[in-house]
Design a protein around this ligand. Sequence first.
Ligand code: KIV
Length: 298
Amino acid sequence: MPNTPDKITASSLQSQKQRGQKISMLTAYDYPTALLQDEAGIDVIFVGDSVGTNVLGYRSPQQVTMDDILHHLRAVRRAVRRAYLLADLPFMSYQASVETAVENAGRLVQEGGTEGVKLEGGLPVLPQVKAIVEAGIPVVGHLGFTPQSQAREFYLFSDRRGTVPKFQGKGPKGAKALIEEALRLEDAGIFALVLELVTEEAAQAVTERLSIPVIGIGAGRYCDGQVLIVHDLVGLNEEDLILAKAYGQTRQVWLDIFSTYRREVAEGLFPTAENVAHMEPDKHAELDALLKGNGKND
Ligand code: KIV
């Protein structure tokens, strides 16, 4: 287990930034995966709206509902002991009004057991961020590529997941605007920020200017931490994304296992004598006797 406190909290994550100790964050959508991540010492376990395209077979993150997030969040909550548990506010659960945003953030805490919520966007959602923080719920921001509002062209009209990277902060004006938006979010009360698909230079500039942790996904080496989608990490998705690293190729492992199982069932190789339970011999003899009589209807 890494050298971190027993329970990860919003304030221990902030201390990690001050100590220069990188933060590890992963998505999880189910109980066994979250159990393993917690055991491995992952700092932040995150039920993202990426559950839609990675687990539920949706074509777009915009299809994810509060009920979807709550269902997966409850499973993950049952597993997580040490990590900080974070959940996404899905599309249209916070955009329409401040009241809906606070209400839905509250549902993720009360009904799902999350410790904090993440929402996407900058200036347009500042009132929502302030209100949720004032209600006592810790908030994580998300800037750069924001799939809920920008993913339509990548997901909706394609059978494949968003494989077309759209990096932000390529020019000085864009990078400066990103820094300003990040600072406004920090002022509004977020305790950490996710930066997705941002040039390394712009992400570094944001990280150096914010006193809260900046967690990157496709945002280079100088963020305070990294987040990845667990299916990309374990090589369960077919695509190789520039922002991700597959630490194993479990897709092929699962495929081989399913094929071998199918073949063994078809050929009568599974189950074997080791996989079966037996009747006591006297009970078996009794059954034979019963079946020799009119046992058919007994
Ligand atoms: O939903 C998600 O998985 C995310 C990550 C890309 C951070 O928002």
